[in-house]
Design a protein around this ligand. Structure first.
Ligand SMILES: Cc1cc2nc3c(=O)[nH]c(=O)nc-3n(C[C@H](O)[C@H](O)[C@H](O)COP(=O)(O)OP(=O)(O)OC[C@H]3O[C@@H](n4cnc5c(N)ncnc54)[C@H](O)[C@@H]3O)c2cc1C
Length: 521
């Protein structure tokens, strides 16, 4: 209940900066007709009826999520009870990481004869979307869904009537797919060691988890996503400080730290919001990186629970755009972040710094001095900030896995067809290869953990240009698993639909899930 109350605060809460910003000025840059389109479709509305509708729809999805997660936890206990006498649990397939890839894989595995399990180190399915509050950047349109799960239940449009759903709604949609697959998930189960062993002439893998479980598996499906929170800034002193700040975040997630990442910032913000606490930010904030992560963070600063200094200065490293016209041109028609970034440009709060961080130093007054070098012109800029939001990226789990099982650096492309895209041959997943014998191992990397699977040419014609988006990965995973398990492929329409369905109530959705669960596979 507390959470639902907070949602209303979240949605009702554009900051003074946003309220004072004349969004209609956007038309100066993007044209009047386009502006009407943007305002209708973009997440932050100033119309109280729209805000209430958004909040209501999110709270309904939250109810479904609570029910689904409870069911998933029950299944988890059932699995552990059934296997409690075993010293080691034998499985055909072990999926690592309970994100969208393992949900898509589970939908296929649940229809196969193979014993399968998902292990997840957090206590959530789809934690990327469940642990933070943000609006996603992939669209749910009237005739196109970017979140379709072949063989799954429903669409994201069952939860949202808007183009850009809230992260909680997408989390719910993914959790539902995992539950109806009937493949159990073990939570709080971090894999800490995997060994390759010869077992009656076949290669198997022995898993150890932090909570003391042991598995012997024939096939590993890796759905560990982009990876762990990390920085790409190379300065060693900065890296040490970054690590110590991350450790502090883990110990005290409700506290603002001096160096945060997109993920830690949004997690802390959500936890503080839940306690109705405001987040007061210092004057100079360096945002490092210009990918989606940095833009999600910037628009989160517009919510009322964030108190900005009246003379806020955002030093945006990697973003070279001097003004909003420049920034608008750089988006090449992808309008999702215009609304959230515009107020900062309009109030002249953004200073763009081209290049990569070259050096970093902590000053005696607690501020940070940094330099950034433009790789082309070699021009070096220096600046000072009081806080850093580092949105430079993640470190993949895959190199660790390769080391554990003795796999070579090179991966083998698993090529197949994607009929719904008219692709006769495309990379669906990647496979590990033994570094000594060069034999193919039954270890498959799915979605983001495999790197970029969609080719540049394919992305050029795709309505979603992000190679690791659900739209460009989940149909591949589903298709690949059907091939691997020799089961018939689920129909996949690449998100195409004739019309948008109406949002349904949490009650109706839960009833639909119950019916689906009652079906015999
Ligand atoms: C902030 C953010 C916003 C995004 N927004 C969108 C969007 O709007 N639309 C879109 O289509 N895509 C979006 N993406 C990209 C992409 O779709 C997501 O990253 C997606 O969640 C990737 O799915 P996945 O299943 O590959 O991995 P993830 O969802 O990242 O799941 C991996 C799971 O593996 C677990 N794990 C890792 N290591 C271990 C281990 N050793 N033992 C046990 N468990 C482990 C992790 O805890 C995690 O839960 C976004 C990504 C990020 C980071």
């Amino acid at each position: 209940m507390k959470y639902i109350q907070f949602l209303f605060i979240f949605f009702n809460s554009s900051s003074a900066l946003y309220a004072n910003s004349d969004i209609s000025c956007l038309s100066h840059y993007v044209g009047r007709n386009q502006l009407i389109y943007h305002i209708k479709n973009l997440p932050f509305s100033s119309d109280s009826r729209v805000i209430k509708k958004q909040a209501f729809e999110v709270s309904e999805s939250m109810k479904v999520s609570d029910w689904v997660m409870t069911e998933l936890r029950k299944k988890s206990f059932d699995f552990l009870n059934e296997n409690s006498k075993k010293e080691i649990i034998d499985l055909d397939f072990l999926c690592l990481g309970a994100g969208p890839q393992c949900a898509a894989a589970s939908l296929v595995l649940g229809h196969s004869k193979f014993s399968s399990l998902v292990v997840e180190r957090s206590d959530y399915v789809a934690k990327t979307f469940a642990e933070k509050d943000f609006y996603i950047n992939s669209s749910e349109l009237d005739q196109l869904s970017m979140h379709q799960f072949p063989g799954g239940l429903g669409d994201l449009a069952d939860y949202t009537s808007f183009e850009f759903a809230h992260s909680q709604q997408l989390a719910t949609h993914i959790q539902v797919q995992q539950l109806i697959s009937k493949v159990p998930v073990l939570f709080n189960t971090e894999v800490v060691e995997i060994k390759k062993v010869e077992d009656r002439e076949a290669i198997k893998f022995l898993f150890k988890t932090k909570n003391g479980l042991r598995f012997r598996v024939k096939n590993i499906l890796v759905g560990s996503g982009l990876g762990d929170i990390a920085t790409k800034v190379s300065d060693p002193n900065y890296r040490d400080f970054f690590s110590s700040q991350y450790e502090l975040h883990i110990k005290q997630p409700k506290q603002l730290q001096l160096v945060m990442t997109t993920d830690t910032f949004l997690v802390t913000k959500k936890l503080m919001d839940c306690e109705s606490r405001v987040m007061t930010l210092p004057r100079r904030i360096a945002v490092i990186g210009d990918g989606d992560g940095s833009k999600i963070v910037l628009e989160s600063l517009l919510t009322k629970s964030v108190v900005l200094h009246p003379e806020t200065e955002i030093i945006w490293v990697g973003n070279e755009y001097k003004d909003f016209s420049d920034f608008y041109r750089s988006t090449k028609g992808f309008t999702r972040y215009l609304q959230g970034i515009f107020p900062f440009y309009e109030k002249r709060m953004i200073t763009g710094v081209k290049g990569y961080i070259q050096s970093w130093k902590k000053n005696s007054d607690g501020s940070f001095s940094m330099t950034a070098e433009d790789v082309v012109t070699k021009k070096v800029s220096d600046f000072t900030s009081d806080m850093i939001i580092d949105s430079t990226g993640y470190v993949s789990f895959v190199p660790t896995l390769k080391q554990w099982i003795g796999a070579s650096q090179t991966l083998k492309d698993e090529v197949g067809e994607l009929n719904e895209l008219d692709l006769k041959s495309t990379v669906l997943a990647r496979r590990m290869v033994d570094s000594v014998t060069s034999k193919e191992l039954n270890v498959y990397l799915l979605g983001a953990s495999a790197g970029n699977l969609a080719s540049r040419a394919e992305l050029m014609n795709s309505p979603n240009k992000n190679p690791v988006s659900i739209f460009n990965t989940v149909p591949r995973t589903s298709s690949f698993l059907s091939y691997l398990t020799q089961t018939s492929k689920f129909p996949s329409y690449r998100g195409k639909k004739s019309s948008r369905q109406k949002v349904i109530s949490s009650y109706e959705m839960i009833e639909r899930i119950k019916l689906k669960l009652a079906e015999v596979n």
